[in-house]
Design a protein around this ligand. Structure first.
Ligand SMILES: Nc1ncnc2c1ncn2[C@@H]1O[C@H](COP(=O)(O)OP(=O)(O)OP(=O)(O)O)[C@@H](O)[C@H]1O
Ligand SMILES: [Mg+2]
Length: 331
């Protein structure tokens, strides 16, 4: 029996989970509300909040799992990519916990963990599969050959899909993070305002042009009607969401055709988007894909997915030393 403690602190969520034999026994998250007033994550505020939250969150995860601390056999932690100051808190905690109990340490790549969140519950995708990983900092199409063998086939060259949601929401005067709010308004609206799609080569993405075209569109329309946003908010959100989803799925379809892979997953915070989930299902039915959509609790940052990724490394005997340092970017 393998019981692991997992720690996630790459951005603004402090999370701890207990994993036993590949099952998530507890998955606790302390969200940081402090960033809302700034309209985005403030790195210094995030790392200070991690310091306050980390011990209570770990305590809670152990309590909720109904285990004793002594049963923990290894510690998994997010080493990167993410905010360095934030990563340092989780990494230092994991190292200290492991050192004091003489436990092995397992470093986890945050983006791989988003993909491996699919192994927290059934149905689990068979290898190889494609995963569209769409989050606050990344947009990638991954070819997943194994738990530790993943290749990025295409990725964004500027903003991530989550940023496209959040920055569009900011232009509309919505709160942060705007993704879930745009999702909510979009479900009551019609996608009747066309926004241009970028022409990116291969399987790469670009979202910065979309943000600029939304800005120009809103400037033009509010000059003619100062109440334009308030009156048409639902339709504007449906149009923005529709454009982002179309851009994502066109490339995913291209990747499926090029690789011949028919097992298709989505992961990351934006995979919580109802428009994307629905459109993937529809495209899957048309293309004959088997699609994998994660449960909501495994979409945005959580230590459960870190623990799943750590568990498979544990089984393979892949550990790291106390000298492992966080990294901000994926190499
Ligand atoms: N329902 C939704 N619709 C659209 N976007 C959403 C939804 N729910 C969450 N998001 C977006 O998901 C993003 C957060 O996802 P996640 O926590 O995976 O990102 P991150 O960890 O900050 O970035 P990364 O994983 O790239 O380091 C935010 O941009 C948020 O707006
Ligand atoms: Mg994330």
């Amino acid at each position: 029996m393998a019981t692991l403690l997992a720690i996630e602190s790459s951005c603004d969520d402090t999370s701890a989970a207990i994993i036993r034999d590949g099952m998530v026994l507890s998955n606790c998250i302390a969200n940081q509300e402090a960033h809302r007033q700034y309209g985005g994550v403030v790195p210094e505020v995030a790392s200070r909040a991690h310091q306050v939250n980390i011990i209570p969150v770990v305590d809670l995860a152990i309590k909720k799992a109904g285990i004793d601390k002594k049963e923990i056999q290894a510690v998994g932690f997010t080493r990167g990519p993410g905010l360095l100051g934030s990563l340092l808190v989780g990494t230092s905690f994991a190292k200290a916990f492991a050192l004091s109990r003489n436990l092995p340490l397992i470093e986890v790549n945050h983006m791989h963990a988003h993909v491996l969140a699919h192994f927290a519950e059934d149905p689990k995708p068979p290898f190889p599969f494609l995963c569209l990983t769409v989050s606050g900092g990344h947009t990638q199409i991954m070819l997943v050959r194994d738990f530790m063998d993943m290749e990025i086939l295409g990725q964004t060259q500027d903003d991530a899909a989550g940023e496209a949601f959040d920055k569009s929401g900011k232009l509309l005067g919505l709160g942060y993070p705007a993704g879930p709010l745009i999702d909510k308004h979009a479900s009551a609206g019609q996608a009747r305002f066309p926004f241009p799609e970028p022409s990116m080569p291969g399987l790469d993405f670009s979202f910065s042009g979309l943000k600029t075209s939304i800005l120009h569109f809103l400037k033009r329309e509010t000059a003619a009607n100062p109440h334009f946003i308030t009156v048409h908010l639902d339709d504007i959100c449906a149009s923005i969401q529709g454009t982002i989803v179309t851009i994502l799925l066109k490339k995913l379809r291209k990747a499926a055709l090029e690789t011949g892979i028919q097992h298709i997953a989505i992961a990351g915070g934006v995979s919580a988007n109802s428009g994307l989930r629905k459109a993937l299902q529809t495209m899957g039915e048309q293309e004959g894909w088997t699609t994998y959509i994660p449960a909501f609790q495994y979409c945005t940052d959580n230590a459960g997915m870190i623990g799943i990724a750590a568990y498979y490394k544990y089984l393979a005997g892949v550990f790291c030393g106390q000298d492992a340092v966080p990294y901000a970017r994926q190499s």
